[in-house]
Design a protein around this ligand. Structure first.
Ligand code: SF4
Length: 431
């Protein structure tokens, strides 16, 4: 079968830009569409193509001029959900293909895609489910019963499907089809340093339950890891690309396995530098493991510090302490590991809150602070808590840089202080 997998273009909208001309807060996603490359790796007996519209926003028409897909898969996060539907409608118009959607938003709010332009919704990781669906379509079966798959039925209620959420879903004996994005590869660079960067997944899901986090729907709340051999294989498949971003939500969610992977990376002597997500309490509890990973090539870590007080961390169900965040910063700084730190500001921030976060960033060496706005994404525990306070329901704005609940400060002042904080904290950014 002819299969086309589409990564939507950058399409999130920005309130500060549209209303106040502040263009520094707009969210741009970069990097390769690894989720689609993983799906494609399990479909290689078919003629499968990937259209990365983030790298080539106008590339779809040219591709469709020479390739009529039987099946089209479209992935995306919440701020891309409307665009996914537009793409689905376009595909239905031009090619009458079977249209399948998946990814974070489809997993967290499948009913959003119960739409005439969509035929199937994949809930969860999808690598096995998508391949099972294609094989079922090929055989023209009607009774599918594939766990994690929903047939759309516009106008009717959709029941969330049972998913298996086990390592079987990872299909990690089939590597990602990295070769299918070779024409876009020059776009996949570490922006600040203009160095080529490749994505590898080593784990999915997370054992924690932060209230704002949307990854739970991907694995039904479970933490699943690829085999160590599969991780090494994928890194090797990226050839001479010098920097590997482990795109896991939490690479270190299982300490014994993380130690085994760190040792395997050392033994394999791959001469790579790694970027990976880790919690601050993991750094403080297991500094020797971080040192081991540094020996393996760990150059930078991404840490969700989120808040600067115990009270704010508790509200987010972060299960962590502000003092632990501080300890982790000191440990990593002493080791010389670059810290990319995520912080979340709340729409009810006032001037004093912005000043406090600014002061914290002045006094703590977070090499590259990333600051986002608390957003009740569908599928998170935060969503039911804040559902009735949402004032902006257009998902195009759910980029994590817009306030979709009411700001306490006048809106213009909120975004002005937000932009100033970001600019000040990035002035001395090192990565
Ligand atoms: S925010 Fe990080 S630690 Fe919390 S649940 Fe999500 S991935 Fe896990």
């Amino acid at each position: 079968m002819n299969i086309l997998l589409i990564n939507p273009p950058n399409c999130g909208r920005s309130i500060p830009e549209e209303r106040y001309g502040i263009d520094s807060l707009k969210q741009i996603f970069r990097g390769e569409p690894l989720a689609l490359e993983e799906l494609a790796g399990n479909l290689l007996q078919h003629d499968v193509r990937i259209a990365d519209l983030k790298a080539d926003p106008d590339g779809l028409d040219a591709l469709l001029a020479g390739f009529i897909p039987d099946v089209v898969g479209i992935t995306g996060v919440t701020c891309e959900a409307n665009t996914m539907l537009h793409l689905a409608a376009k595909i239905k118009d031009c090619c009458a293909s079977v249209v399948v959607v998946g990814g974070v938003h489809a997993s967290n709010d499948p009913s959003f895609f119960n739409h005439p332009a969509v035929d199937f919704i994949v809930v969860g990781l999808g690598k096995k489910v998508f391949a099972d669906l294609v094989s079922s379509l090929e055989k023209d079966e009607t009774d599918r019963g594939i766990p994690g798959l929903l047939k759309t039925n516009p106008g009717a209620d959709l029941r969330r499907p049972d998913c298996c959420n086990t390592v079987i879903d990872l299909v990690d004996d089939r590597p990602p089809a990295y070769h299918l994005v070779s024409q876009y590869r020059h776009h996949y660079v570490l922006e600040k340093l203009n160095i080529n960067m490749g994505f590898v997944a080593s784990a999915y899901g997370c054992p924690h339950r932060c209230s704002f986090c949307c990854i739970k729907g991907q694995t039904g709340g479970r933490y699943l890891t690829k085999s160590i051999e599969a991780v090494l294989r994928d890194i090797r498949l990226l050839g001479d690309i010098p920097v590997i971003r482990l795109v896991d939500a939490n690479t270190f969610g299982d300490i014994e396995r993380a130690k085994a992977l760190g040792q395997a990376l050392i033994d394999a002597d791959l001469h790579k530098q790694y970027l990976a997500d880790i919690r601050s309490d993991t750094v403080v509890q297991y500094p020797e493991m971080v040192r081991q990973w540094q020996q393996a090539g760990l150059r930078a870590v991404i840490i969700g510090f989120e808040g600067i007080s115990d009270a704010s961390l508790s509200v987010m169900n972060k299960a962590n302490k502000a003092s632990i965040n501080g300890e982790a910063i000191t440990i990593l700084q002493e080791m010389g590991i670059t810290i990319v730190g995520d912080f979340i500001i709340a729409p009810d921030y006032d001037e004093a809150d912005f000043a406090r976060l600014g002061e914290y960033l002045d006094n703590n060496t977070v090499d590259l602070p990333m600051i986002t706005v608390m957003t009740p994404l569908p599928g998170t525990d935060l969503y039911p808590q804040q559902k009735n306070s949402i004032v902006n329901h257009n998902l195009d704005y759910y980029t994590l840089t817009n306030a979709v609940t009411k700001t306490k400060l006048a809106e213009k002042q909120f975004y002005t202080l937000y932009a100033e904080l970001l600019a000040t904290s990035h002035k001395n950014a090192r990565i």
